[in-house]
Every structure is written in C-alpha cells, then in structure tokens.
Design a protein. Structure first.
Length: 123
C-alpha cells in the first residue's frame, strides 16, 4: 500500500468541509461586508458613549448654573444691604452700587440666554 495515494483520499472530505467553512467566514467577516458590519457596531458604540458624555456635561452645566445663580442671589442680597447701609450713613461716593432695575435686567437677559441655549440643545 502506497502512503502517498491514501493520504489525499482521506483528506478530501476534511478539505471540502474546511473550504466551505472558510468561505462562510470570509463572507461574514472579511471583505467590504465585514468592514460595514464593524463600522456599524463601532458607530453604535461611539454614539452611546458620546450620549452618556453629553448627558453628564448637561448635568454639570445645570449644577454650575444653579451654583452661579445662588452666588448671584447672595451678591444681590449683599448689594442691597450695602445700599441700605450707604443710604443711612454718609458715604464718600466712591463705591458705585448698581440699581435694582439694572440688576434685574441683567438677570433677565442671562436667564433668557440660558433658556434659548437649552432649547437649541434640545433640538
């Protein structure tokens, strides 16, 4: 019995099975189709990651805005108390305290800008 004549006969079914399997794998993974599948899943991953990042940034901006609002309220209260004190005592006039109307206008413009920025981000 010749060894060279029996080896190819025994490997033919195995080779056919492997060839079919490799064609199937190359269709699903390789080539342009595989590239599109990979890019599709990568885009989903980056979209979810960016969405989490933007939600976190929105929360941070909201908390910062609230903190700034609290600070502005405290400053307004201090300004009004300073104005009351300066009205009772004779001041040299060097400290200029803005009026309540100008502060209200500034506050209203800041809130309107903030609200318009929020509506733009929601779209």
């Amino acid at each position: 019995m010749d060894l060279n004549s029996t080896v190819p006969g025994a490997l033919v079914p195995f080779a056919n099975t492997m060839q079919t399997l490799m064609k199937t794998v190359s269709v699903f993974i390789g080539g342009i189709f595989g590239l599109y599948v990979f890019l599709f899943f990568f885009r989903i991953y980056t979209y979810k990651r960016n969405r989490k990042l933007f939600k976190k940034m929105k929360r941070d901006f909201s908390s910062m805005n609230n903190a700034i609002q609290r600070i502005e309220d405290k400053v307004d209260a201090l300004d009004s108390s300073m104005q009351n004190l300066s009205g009772k005592s004779k001041s040299s006039g060097k400290v200029k305290i803005s009026s309540d109307k100008s502060r209200a206008k500034k506050k209203q413009s800041r809130t309107s800008k903030h609200n318009s920025a929020e509506t733009k981000t929601k779209k």
